[in-house]
Design a protein around this ligand. Structure first.
Ligand SMILES: [Zn+2]
Length: 463
């Protein structure tokens, strides 16, 4: 039996989907206003794992994620860079998709983009106006009237007065209530816009998710996920919008992951402590990052420090060394191996996706295997294969030992100038400037290194 902590009821509940074994799951994706960071990776990774746990437990899952590709911040960044905001969003999405693949996070079944759903969004807003939940201002903005929705505040567990006092809001004197939120924003000078019955404008953020959910799944979904910072107002507003239109409960289970802090502080541009994926991938192997992040319950905040990554790297290095030894000594079985450990891991994950518990078994297991290898005990090969089979679901032990060990043990010995050259060559290749890419490759080889390209990037190795 699968148990999930539901933010809506504020307790752990048995998971029972609306429609037998079919699960509809939606997780809020990235607003592509800049480089993806570890918080984005963490969220994508968590919902990928949740999807896989559901599948392991016999459910047929359809998992959708969105990209918010139209937004104030995207427009601001694009303007600053003097590029078209749609083109900027497209390029960022391409880059982020590639980074997620590098970190071995699987794609959802359905990708949704706000800009591809503008007509549906306009239809949704019309319905809200017709039903009396929304109003149009003189400027051509459309607002949702929170006082019309009796259950407003149920997810975040607050009443309207609390919310009003504790939440900073952009003020607009045309709003009836300061908590009313924009469904449609009239276009300002120099902004991209679409035509609508209310004039030129673009959708608000919250309506995008309600509409894309409806487009992908219809009126009801089983699981809606996102970071805890989205509970209010984003998810509260999604509920208000969708349930006002359908008159039915929207998502049955609301799942929220904790947030990432760096050295005790929130990641922010102003503090300059944001760990972007572009940098992270140069320092740590994807499995090291996963192992570090999954040591925490997905619901609690993670405080990242260098020590956490270094310790994770030490463990992954140790585990993979043992796998490599076993593989060299005995070879590993081709088929999957299931045993007591597989059940323990499955059980831990059935209990609200308890990854720290699932990982806790590894230390003793590897110790035992290590002893068996010393004693030349051939059963070590089944034990290793059982680990590989059981932890695949978390994206661990899915790589060749040599690849992981080489990454960990060579990364510090590659000089910065070689790394910079390799990066320059990669960029040249991306720009289809193959002549420069070849010239830089020769330069790298003269320094005693080689670059090996693969599907999602490259590795640098000593020659
Ligand atoms: Zn959303």
């Amino acid at each position: 039996m699968l148990k999930i902590y539901n933010t809506l009821s504020r307790r752990k509940e048995e998971f029972v989907p609306y429609d037998k074994d079919n699960v509809k799951m939606y997780a809020c994706g990235i607003t592509v206003s800049g480089d993806a960071h570890i918080g984005h990776l963490y969220q994508a990774m968590i919902y990928d794992i949740i999807r896989k746990v559901l599948v392991q437990n016999g459910y047929k899952v359809t998992y959708a994620r969105n990209y918010t590709d139209i937004d104030d911040k995207i427009i601001a960044t694009a303007n600053r860079l003097h590029v078209d905001s749609a083109e900027y969003a497209r390029q960022m999405i391409k880059k982020i998709d590639e980074e997620m693949r590098y970190f071995q996070v699987d794609e959802p079944d359905i990708w949704l983009k706000a800009t591809e759903n503008i007509d549906n969004i306009i239809e949704f807003v019309k319905k809200l106006i017709d039903k009396g939940y929304a109003y149009v201002t003189k400027k051509g903005d459309v607002y949702y009237s929170v006082e019309k929705f009796a259950k407003y505040g149920q997810l975040s567990n607050r009443n309207l007065d609390d919310a009003k006092n504790n939440y900073r809001i952009e003020n607009d004197e045309e709003k009836l209530n300061p908590l009313d939120f924009a469904l449609w924003k009239s276009a300002k000078e120099g902004e991209p816009f679409w035509n609508s019955p209310w004039g030129k404008g673009r959708p608000g953020w919250h309506i995008e998710c309600s509409t894309m959910n409806m487009t992908a799944f219809g009126e009801q979904i089983d699981i809606h996920g996102g970071g805890r910072d989205l509970i209010f107002p984003h998810h509260e507003n999604e509920i208000a919008q969708t349930e006002a239109v359908t008159g039915k409960q929207f998502a049955k289970y609301w799942i929220h992951n904790g947030l990432i802090k760096v050295n005790g502080q929130k990641m922010s541009k102003s503090l300059g402590n944001t760990i972007v994926l572009e940098e992270l991938r140069k320092k740590y192997h994807p499995e090291v990052v996963k192992f570090a992040l999954l040591q925490n319950s997905y619901r609690s905040d993670i405080n990242l420090t260098d020590e956490i990554f270094d310790l994770a790297e030490k463990h992954i290095n140790g585990f993979y060394s043992i796998i490599q030894k076993g593989e060299e000594r005995f070879g590993l079985p081709e088929k999957e191996v299931e045993g007591e450990l597989s059940h323990l891991v499955k059980e831990a994950l059935q209990d609200d996706f308890n990854t720290p518990k699932a990982l806790s078994y590894l230390f003793d297991r590897f110790k035992e295997i290590s002893k068996k290898l010393q004693a030349d005990d051939r059963s070590a090969r089944d034990d290793i294969k059982e680990i590989i089979s059981a932890y695949k679901i978390l994206g661990l032990f899915v790589n060749q030992p040599k690849q992981v060990l080489d990454f960990i043990n060579n990364k510090d010995t590659i000089p910065e100038e070689v790394k910079a050259l390799a990066e320059k060559r990669w960029q040249a290749k991306q720009n289809k400037d193959y002549a420069s890419a070849d010239a830089i490759r020769k330069e790298i080889e003269e320094k005693g290194f080689a670059v090996n390209d693969h599907k999602d990037g490259y590795d640098i190795v000593k020659n």
